[in-house]
Unconditional design. Structure first.
Length: 550
């Protein structure tokens, strides 16, 4: 049984950004440093523990079903358990996975993947081309209700199947034999091999094993297999003896440990109970930079933190000025100075910098002085029908996390100070939050985030298509959809990206969401863990790591 709590907080006092942030940071650092000086408890690991890697994950995965996984916690673990036709190098470049080679025809619309003769499931059965056919048909079948089915949209007939107009068997994927998979695309898709590294394209052994969440019922084809899963405690993995590249998997066992919060995570790291953290609490940064700077890894990656506005609500759907006022009232530079200590970049658009072959777009007012920006926000708010005498009441939903709580409090305080808005903060445990974000009756504004599934601007913009599974804001615009369709159909890379840039400008002008900042990865990694390299998608595969004891 999962136990969770939900608390609601009303913001009623004005925001004092710089002083408040400095004070809270100093207090948190002081608290974190109390007691025993700064002993790391980094006991030298014995040879008995040399082949156990302990990795933190931000919370319990929602599922280990590759065709249903939408949260980052699930993806982290699935990349250890499963493997698609392609996989990635430590630097994030596409490399062969289950398929050792592939080719396209002259049109660029048909792929042929040649599966390895020695690819095996953890039960010893051969991984067959039909296993991919079955898995992909399962994902696009509307009866299955996969939240990531849209990612397979480039495959011929996927759209019609997802919409219920064609049967799953019509999907453009066929097994010529056990070792040759033929895929027909709607149009040339240069990033298709990279897309196949996502769990949506992983094979499944059977319907029963895909949904199994115990070691006994689990069958996987990746470098590791599941031994046990104790929710809230750990997921124990062991090296898959049937994996085709098992000789290069150097760590025998991996324990994924869900962290209750950032403070608990770093406490476990300092006690030698975790070897790799998923994040780092802001309050500990001064101590980390002083005591263990070489163990801190910070790098930008392709992801955007944003607030979704509930466009299913009449008060937002028909009030563009209100949506714009909410975004303009947020002082992103102050948030950067007070809360973003790990290289995150304030966001005035949605597609992150560094996205391949793309020029990120931004609102024109991003460079306005504070006085002008807040004056325009107040004018828009008044024109939208609200004032301090007629205040707006909002419910802001976010998942339990100290950093997200600080951010939500800051944003709510800025709305209060600039616009007089009364905000109720709703804090939910992550698994509950994943359901609540889909229930628009529960919130007015929701803290959301999108991390790239593959390095392409279309992956960011596609989530705003009308009816898309991850379009939590409920945005719909025919012009935006049409531009994405035209971009998808274009065989000219330059023209495609021009269309995507135009689509982003259309979406930003409608203010369905409020981008706050672009992500950076921040991890602590023990000195004896080798092979970790930051990459644009913030992925570290356990199979690429090794432990080197002195």
């Amino acid at each position: 049984m999962t136990i969770f709590s939900m608390t609601a907080t009303h913001i009623t006092s004005p925001w004092r950004p710089r002083a408040a942030a400095a004070l809270s940071l100093a207090v948190l650092v002081a608290i974190a440093s109390c007691g025993e000086k700064t002993a790391l408890a980094d006991h030298d690991r014995s040879e008995d523990h040399a082949q156990i890697l302990r990795r933190a994950v931000g919370g319990d995965p929602a599922t280990l079903d590759p065709g249903m996984a939408v949260d980052s916690y699930s993806h982290e673990v699935l990349r250890d358990l499963c493997e698609g036709l392609t996989t990635e190098s430590p630097e994030g470049e596409v490399r062969p996975g289950v398929a050792d080679t592939w080719s396209t025809d002259a049109t660029g619309k048909e792929y042929r993947f040649h599966l390895r003769e020695n690819a095996r499931w953890s039960n010893g059965s051969a991984v067959r081309a039909q296993d991919f056919v079955t898995a992909w048909q399962r994902v696009v079948d509307p009866k299955h209700g996969s939240p990531v089915a849209d990612l397979l949209r480039p495959v011929a007939h996927a759209r019609e199947i997802i919409a219920g107009r064609l049967p799953p068997a019509a999907l453009g994927v066929r097994a010529d034999d056990d070792h040759v998979l033929r895929v027909e695309l709607e149009q040339p898709t240069p990033y298709f091999p990279e897309l196949l590294t996502h769990s949506v394209a992983f094979p499944v052994f059977s319907e029963d094993t895909a949904g199994a969440h115990t070691g006994k019922g689990w069958v996987s084809n990746g470098p590791y297999m599941l031994v046990s899963w104790t929710r809230g405690s750990n997921l124990a993995l062991t090296r898959n003896p049937e994996y085709w590249d098992r000789e290069h998997v150097r760590i025998a066992n991996v324990d994924w440990i869900p962290a209750a919060d950032e403070d608990a995570e770093i406490a476990q790291y300092r006690a030698g109970q975790i070897d790799i953290t998923q994040t780092v609490p802001i309050a500990m940064l001064p101590w980390i930079r002083k005591e263990i700077p070489s163990e801190l890894t910070v790098a930008p990656f392709l992801g955007t933190l944003y607030f979704g506005i509930n466009l299913r609500s009449v008060k937002f759907s028909s009030n563009l000025k209100l949506r714009q006022a909410l975004s303009m009232a947020i002082d992103r530079p102050t948030i950067e100075k007070a809360l973003l200590y790990f290289g995150q970049v304030p966001a005035y658009g949605f597609v992150p910098p560094g996205t391949a072959n793309y020029e990120p777009q931004a609102w024109e007012w991003k460079s306005l002085p504070d006085v002008e920006r807040t004056a325009q926000a107040r004018a828009l708010f008044g024109a939208a029908g609200y004032s301090t005498r007629e205040p707006l009441h909002l419910r802001l939903l976010y998942n339990s996390n100290p950093a997200l709580k600080r951010l939500s409090v800051a944003v709510a305080s800025m709305w209060r100070e600039v616009l007089g808005i009364e905000t109720e903060l709703i804090d939910e445990e992550n698994r509950v939050f994943l359901n609540s974000r889909k229930d628009s009756a529960r919130w007015d504004v929701a803290r959301l985030g999108w991390m790239a599934d593959y390095n392409d601007a279309g992956n960011f913009l596609d989530i705003f298509r009308s009816g898309a599974a991850n379009n939590d804001a409920g945005y719909t615009d025919p012009q935006f959809d049409s531009l994405l369709d035209d971009a998808e159909a274009s065989a000219d890379p330059k023209r495609r990206h021009e269309l995507l840039e135009q689509a982003e400008r259309v979406m930003l002008a409608d203010y369905p969401v409020i981008p706050i900042y672009f992500y950076s990865s921040k991890r602590l990694i023990k000195p004896y863990v080798k092979g970790a390299r930051p990459n644009p998608l913030n992925r570290i595969y356990s199979k690429d790591l090794y432990i080197e004891l002195k």
